[in-house]
Design a protein around this ligand. Structure first.
Ligand SMILES: C[S@@+](CC[C@H](N)C(=O)[O-])C[C@H]1O[C@@H](n2cnc3c(N)ncnc32)[C@H](O)[C@@H]1O
Length: 227
């Protein structure tokens, strides 16, 4: 089955090999989930690039399968998206994973019909909130006022979408990070690593998913004095 592709960015929305396995390896595994959220009262994940919502659904499925006694009472997933996809596109892209059927139905039931720029506060289920921010992350993230425990850096590849991977984004990640906040990203591009290090993240290269040689993970060690 073909994977959805952006002509504009000459890149795919998720791996041709297995997008769900990639999402679990890069973003969930890279951020040490579910261990990272266990025994916390509240947990906030922030993502660049909602796309089809595959990462969100992988998180929601993990949440539903987690021990309710150990996981936080509430989960907030915030995601930015400059070019929102419509429900039909999302459904067609994600139907290939039977195991996501239940969580996909939950997403489609609340996903906005109007895709205009703006902030969409969506209640997914008891204890789980999804905030979709339609617009350019570099315009919108400076306006965000919350604390983040975990970052999913998932724009298209830096070589075809360099504007998204900006110092402004990294500075705002530092501003919003709880101490010890983690990040994971599929890329190991040098300017992304240096940008994250400059604002206080320690950055480690690890093996990438499938045939990708490297990706990056790390923790925020700074003092939130950026910006
Ligand atoms: C690789 S796709 C994301 C895949 C997604 N996580 C999924 O599960 O389908 C990257 C996404 O980032 C979005 N994007 C690219 N540049 C952006 C920007 N400057 N601000 C917000 N979103 C952006 C794209 O429109 C695209 O949907």
């Amino acid at each position: 089955m073909d994977v959805p592709r952006s002509k504009q960015f000459d890149d795919v929305y998720f791996s041709k090999q297995d997008g769900l396995a990639e999402s679990r390896y890069v973003f969930l595994g890279g951020n040490d989930l579910p261990d990272a959220w266990n025994n916390k009262e509240h947990f906030t994940i922030c993502e660049s690039g909602f796309g089809t919502g595959l990462n969100f659904l992988a998180v929601l499925k993990l949440w539903l399968e987690s021990d309710a006694g150990q996981r936080p009472a509430s989960l907030h997933f915030i995601s930015f998206e400059k070019y929102p996809l419509d429900k039909e596109f999302i459904e067609n892209a994600l139907l290939r994973w039977g195991e996501l059927k239940e969580v996909l139905a939950k997403l489609l039931a609340i996903y906005p019909v109007d895709l205009s720029n703006g902030i969409y506060e969506l209640s997914v289920m008891d204890g789980v909130r999804l905030t979709l921010i339609f617009g350019d992350i570099n315009d919108e993230i400076p306006l965000l006022d919350t604390k983040v425990d975990c970052w999913f850096l998932d724009g298209f590849k830096p070589s075809s979408n360099p504007d998204m991977w900006s110092n402004l984004l990294f500075e705002n990640m530092a501003r919003l990070s709880n101490n010890g906040a983690s990040f994971a990203t599929f890329t190991a591009a040098g300017f992304v690593r240096r940008g994250l290090e400059a604002v206080g993240f320690n950055v480690r290269k690890i093996r990438g998913f499938g045939n990708k040689r490297e990706m990056c993970v790390g923790l925020y060690k700074g003092d939130n004095k950026c910006v």
